[in-house]
Ligand binder design. Sequence first.
Ligand code: PMP
Ligand code: GLN
Length: 384
Amino acid sequence: MNPVFADLPTTVFETMSRLAREHGAVNLGQGFPDDPGPDDIREAAARALIDGPNQYPPMMGLPALRQAVAAHYARHQGLALDPETEVMITSGATEALAGALLALIEPGDEVVLFAPMYDAYLPLVRRAGGVPRIVNLAPPSFRLDEAALAAAFSDRTKLVLLNNPLNPGATLLGRDDLATLARFCRAHDVIALCDEVWEHVVFDGARHVPLMGLPGMRERTVKIGSAGKIFSLTGWKVGFVTAEARLMRVLAKAHQFLTFTTPPNLQAAVALGLAKDQAWFEAMRAGYARSRDRLAAGLTERGFSVLPAAATWFLNIDIGALGLSDDVAFCEAMVARSGVAAIPVSAFYPDGAVRHLVRLCFAKADATLDEALDRMAGLARAPF
Ligand code: PMP
Ligand code: GLN
């Protein structure tokens, strides 16, 4: 068996959700909303399922969805993409990531990654034969550090994998940091693989800036998005990849032998969703910002130190402020004894460097958040 997978533990999200079920806990661990998702998008998917067609859609994705992705990114992010040659639909961002890493890396190529990192990245890079060069980002800002980039990038670097906005940091990089990264990519002729699944989930008037839009990056960036995050439909697994045609031709070769296609009814419904007006996106963001504020205020009142959350469905609490230094032990005790599931942030640092942060998902109904807060009352004063 291949040791990359044989030696891996089960993903922390699955593990914590299983513990949450076993203990009847409120699950603020794995990131999924209580909200069922927009009625019109779900109805469109249901209708398309009944009316069909339900046979293989085109390998690159339904033309209507590829056009919708190009129009969407033109409208929201100022990107000019050719839907015919520069947009591909995948079965979630995860397939897009796996396909891109398989397609772009040759064994021995160096890949720069930033921690905290989504847990799929490292095994996929390793399985593709990449040699990881990991740059740890420090909380609470998780900003890029020029000296660390200089140490990580070299002429052996093939690719850099960036997650922006950042899960679990709940931060988004601004133009300055992106410009610095772009400079390193240009200087070392590196491809940027940008996991931007959280691009729409940004708060307080902030705007996501795609690395692809920076000077000299259009031809060397592969940008990944996911309908699961935009429309609160995490089980749908409809992803989008955008890249210049020269790169896309190779990405498509990997996709055709991973999944080949994605369910046609879901693609048709996502095309409808991407055309929603600006007001819908603002309302979605405002709703999640309200939930963030509710959870943050409740935790602060109960004595927790809460890090700022500018993006994503997550906020972090600093258990170091309670004199604790083992996030895994804290999460295991909290799910079993308090009945609230969360995610230890050390799971996102391959060297386990950061162990004082715990991630909580606020994409929940008020009643769910309030129940979790009730269960956590008293915990900050007398932690396990
Ligand atoms: N990347 C990041 C940073 C994520 O947070 C997630 C899911 N939470 C994914 C990728 C996976 O997206 P999908 O479900 O579309 O595969
Ligand atoms: N990305 C989701 C999170 O961060 C979980 C995805 C998964 O469970 N694989 O919580």
